[in-house]
Design a protein around this ligand. Structure first.
Ligand code: GTP
Ligand code: MG
Length: 193
């Protein structure tokens, strides 16, 4: 992936705005503030192509990024953001559901989990929903830099067991700070693009 050939395409609020051209898409999913936008930057080798924030709820639309003309990353608004109103939660649900369920270009979803904590009920629901739709999932457990190295395997086991990660799906510990396991992420992505 050439970092100089990453391009923000546009944001979309409904299917009429999705890109045309049949490029393969990989979507990001995960709790608000888990690090989805930061992950896109790490994989693309760019600091600020996807907008990040220390406050949850930064990404509010589907944001499409052309990654070196090889595939499109779709940055998805995070779930589980407590301060969201009921109306905006419902709107979020419709947007995500229709994208995940109907988008033919979608090849796989990278589901981000905070490696420090046991997956939440929302994480489990999202993983189950993706499996119900038969979408391949790459489970990326991020912020591994925030726990001791000796704890990584134990935490990965908790994630595997709580989500009941299926054998054909990938489970990778990752850090967007030190880029740990970036080659493993590229390898997993290469199965789908
Ligand atoms: P929403 O757009 O609100 O859904 O959030 P998001 O999932 O896109 O999170 P974002 O990428 O904006 O990151 C949230 C915060 O986590 C930022 O302060 C990031 O710097 C931080 N962060 C993300 N990944 C890592 C990581 O691997 N390690 C550490 N230490 N911090 C991280
Ligand atoms: Mg974001």
């Amino acid at each position: 992936i050439n970092p100089n050939n990453i391009e923000f395409m546009f944001s979309a609020m409904d299917p009429s705005q999705y890109p045309e051209g049949n490029m393969k898409e990989i979507a990001l999913s995960g709790r608000s503030n888990v690090g989805k936008s930061t992950f896109i930057n790490a994989v693309c080798g760019r600091k600020n192509i996807a907008r990040t924030s220390s406050k949850p709820g930064k990404t509010a639309t589907l944001n499409f990024y052309d990654v070196d003309s090889q595939f499109i990353f779709v940055d998805v608004p995070g779930y589980g953001y407590a301060k969201q109103s009921k109306t905006s939660r419902e709107k979020w649900g419709r947007l995500i559901e229709s994208y995940l369920a109907e988008r033919a270009e979608l090849q796989a979803v990278v589901q981000l989990i905070d490696l420090r904590h046991k997956p939440t009920q929302d994480d489990v629901l999202m993983y189950d929903f993706l499996k119900h739709l038969e979408i391949p999932v790459i489970v990326v457990c991020t912020k591994s830099d925030k726990i001791g190295k000796s704890k990584v395997q134990k935490h990965l086991k908790v994630v595997r067991e709580t989500l009941e990660v299926e054998p054909e799906d990938h489970l990778i510990d990752f850090s967007s700070v030190d880029k740990k396991n970036l080659p493993k992420v590229y390898e997993a992505l290469s199965n789908y693009v």
